[in-house]
Design a protein around this ligand. Structure first.
Ligand SMILES: N[C@@H](CCC(=O)N[C@@H](CS)C(=O)NCC(=O)O)C(=O)O
Length: 347
């Protein structure tokens, strides 16, 4: 039994222990959230790849563009009514998680697959999936390689610190196919090595293969053959333990999806502010206090849609029919249009 004196001392120090923990982990209680830091800094620091057309890359005019870029622009629109209030930092696959853990970036929006270890031991918190992908393999058409078995004894290029490296090894071991992995840290080296024929195949998320194919000298000479090695749900992520900031990221993504479902887009958003539909009113903040509830303005969704568009617009502009990649929406269609995109209600 503890003596009364010690029990009292223990009780007195408990709040101190908890408040210290809260600071270390940016608990996101009433104070100490990264959201407040971002608001006073006046911009969002967003970790991206910067090397991947359609997701995040730098256009010839020096501007960043892509789906992952637009997620950060949507957050900046929600916070500052200005999608340009973002500083982008390029991160390779290996350094991306440290950048979130150390707080160098506020958010990682970089074709990153949501997995249990990243969500737990790596210390990330994943926002909703923005692109459902799967791993594929690209080869030269002239190689006549059309299935995994054809890769027996061949060398395959891949990237350090990715799910792709591990999935390839699992799948080949399961099928008893021997191959030579060539693993690189820099994505440009991976694809140059492949292009120079020093590996017969390159593996990555299928969307990335299609994206990087556009950067090869003769894209038509390459084929992403018909195999899907894994599930690669790509989602933005923030550091664990700050629910206030996490909520803003999470509901920004849900806002993009719900706006598409309700037919709210960049062209009609100002008109729809006077819509009689109660769901649209709540979404756009002309009724209720949903924005204030997460530390934003009530019209935060109007701001997002006005500047960035809804999910469908973002998709078509960067990856779909209005882009160079022309990726079919596939599973990235809304749940009521044959896909699996589903956002909880604004209520
Ligand atoms: N989604 C996978 C792969 C992501 C990834 O980073 N892939 C490599 C291999 S191509 C890469 O560097 N991609 C280009 C880039 O993002 O710069 C993951 O989260 O591990």
């Amino acid at each position: 039994m503890l003596k009364r004196k010690w029990r009292l001392l223990l009780l007195a120090t408990l709040p101190l222990v908890f408040s210290l923990n809260a600071c270390a982990g940016q608990s996101g209680g009433s104070s100490g959230s990264r959201l407040d830091t971002i608001k006073s800094r006046g911009k969002v620091i967003c970790g991206v790849s910067g090397q991947l057309p359609g997701f995040s890359y730098v256009k010839p005019n020096g501007e960043y563009a892509g789906l992952d870029v637009d997620v950060c622009r949507a957050i900046a629109a929600a916070l500052f009514d200005d999608p340009k209030k973002v500083e982008f930092r390029n991160l390779n696959a290996k350094e991306r998680f440290t950048a979130v853990q150390t707080g160098e970036v506020d958010i990682l929006s970089r074709n990153t697959t949501w997995t249990i270890s990243r969500d737990t031991s790596v210390g990330l918190e994943f926002a909703p999936v923005v692109f459902y992908d799967g791993q594929g393999i690209m080869v030269k058409k002239s190689s006549n390689i059309k299935k995994l078995e054809d890769l027996k004894g061949k060398s395959i290029c891949t990237q350090t610190g990715t799910t792709n490296e591990q999935n390839l090894s699992d799948q080949m071991r399961q099928r008893g196919i021997e191959y030579k992995p060539l693993v690189f840290e820099d994505v440009n080296t991976t694809f140059t090595t492949y292009q120079q024929g020093r590996c017969e195949a390159v593996t990555s998320d299928r969307s990335q293969l299609v994206s990087r194919r556009t950067t090869l000298p003769k894209p038509d000479e390459h084929l992403v053959f018909d195999v899907v090695l894994s599930k690669e749900p790509l989602a933005p992520a923030v550091a664990n333990g700050d629910s206030k900031w996490f909520d803003v990221v999470k509901w920004t993504v849900f806002a993009l999806i719900n706006a598409e479902e309700l037919g709210v887009n960049s062209q009609n958003v100002s008109q729809l502010a006077s819509s009689p539909n109660p769901e649209v009113k709540r979404l756009l903040g002309t009724e209720g206090d949903l924005g204030k509830g997460i530390g934003l303005t009530n019209d935060f969704v109007s701001r997002i849609i006005k500047h960035v568009g809804n999910y469908g617009e973002v998709y078509e502009r960067n990856l779909g029919k209005n882009s160079e990649l022309k990726l079919d929406r596939g599973p990235n269609k809304l749940w009521n249009k044959g896909g699996i995109l589903y956002a909880p209600p604004f209520r």
